[in-house]
Design a protein around this ligand. Structure first.
Ligand SMILES: Cc1cc2nc3c(=O)[nH]c(=O)nc-3n(C[C@H](O)[C@H](O)[C@H](O)COP(=O)(O)O)c2cc1C
Length: 312
């Protein structure tokens, strides 16, 4: 696809192909992997602003980063402007120059709390959150959807309001909240948002190949793309999208296992790498059998032994 650097304030990202925030997955080792395969920017999974305030989030694992990763964005969620600003200023978010605000999460518990996608129904509060967060001195970006329901799309208006409130970049997931992750992605909404604002517009949803990304950019003029589920099945999709060199699945798996072991405890490593292996075997001959074996493994060493056979 058409690669271009993206500049947000004083930060220039090497290219316009981003890894999405994915709760339960986009931890440091996974982001480092995707970055190495060419991703221009990677996002942490969403972290509760209240959780940060009260120290209740398991933030050690969620917010670990280091110099191997380079510039990374942390995503936060919440609905109280002051608590959101305090989260931006929290010492655990210090290593992240870019803070993304989640305004698209459809999970009922979050939505009912007035957080995530509920903020699309309360644009005045959404603006207040952004303008408060901007005061932290961080680069503030927003990720939202095209609306709550198909009959009331809000993309263009919401994009303008986020820009007006001080957001430096917006990412739009081209599905409504009610569609969750299913169904077609609305390219028209990307195109109209792009025309309406001057800040970079990143389009998200349904990108599973280089052709998908090319078609999206061609038809919408979006500044960049954000890849989510496709990266879970194959982090090396970033090689296809950016022209970086790929390696074998086994090499990739070994790297991820090693890096996860360097920053997470053994229990986490086993549970997490089983989940990743289940994605990576998809479509392979004998996938069901390998998946079962991975799920029975109890140590990182056992996981490695199965991977050496499976991804050989
Ligand atoms: C397992 C899972 C976890 C997700 N977690 C987050 C999250 O923490 N924050 C967020 O903004 N979006 C989250 N999303 C939404 C994705 O970032 C993305 O918007 C969505 O999957 C559409 O992109 P895709 O069609 O390429 O998968 C999640 C999606 C999935 C499937």
């Amino acid at each position: 696809m058409r690669l271009t650097p993206i500049t947000v304030q004083n930060v220039t990202l090497p290219n316009n192909v981003f890894l999405a925030p994915l709760a339960g997955y986009t931890n440091y080792p996974f982001r480092r992997l995707c970055k190495g395969y060419g991703a221009g920017l990677c996002y942490t999974e969403m972290v509760s602003a209240k959780g940060l305030k009260y120290g209740s989030e398991n933030t050690e694992e969620l917010l670990y980063t280091d110099e191997h990763e380079g510039i990374c964005a942390a995503q936060i969620f919440g609905s109280d402007p002051q608590i959101m600003r305090a989260a931006c200023e929290h010492k655990k978010l210090q290593p992240f120059p870019i803070i993304d605000i989640n305004m698209g999460c459809p999970v009922p518990k979050i939505y009912k709390n007035g957080e995530g996608s509920a903020l699309m129904e309360n644009p005045a509060l959404a603006e207040k959150i952004v303008s408060e967060c901007v005061k932290s001195g961080k680069i503030i970006t927003v990720k939202f959807r095209i609306g709550i329901t198909e009959d009331k799309l809000i993309t263009e208006e919401f994009a303008k309001r986020m820009e007006g409130a001080g957001a430096s970049l917006i990412t739009i997931h081209g599905r409504t909240k009610n569609k969750i992750y299913a169904g077609d992605v609305n390219y028209r909404e990307f195109a109209s948002a792009k025309k309406a604002v001057k800040i970079p517009v990143v389009a998200n949803g349904g990108i599973f190949s280089n052709e998908d990304a090319e078609r999206l950019i061609e038809e919408t003029d979006a500044d960049g793309v954000m890849v989510a589920r496709a990266a879970l099945f194959d982090p090396q999709i970033f090689c296809a999208l950016t022209g970086s060199s790929a390696e074998s699945k086994l090499e990739m798996f070994k790297k991820q296992l090693k890096w996860t072991g360097q920053v997470c405890d053994e229990r986490f490593v086993v549970v997490f790498m089983r989940k990743m292996a289940a994605f990576y075997v998809k479509g392979m001959r004998g996938a069901a059998g390998y998946k079962e074996r991975f799920f029975r493994a109890k140590t990182p060493e056992e996981i490695l032994t199965i991977a050496e056979e499976c991804f050989r």
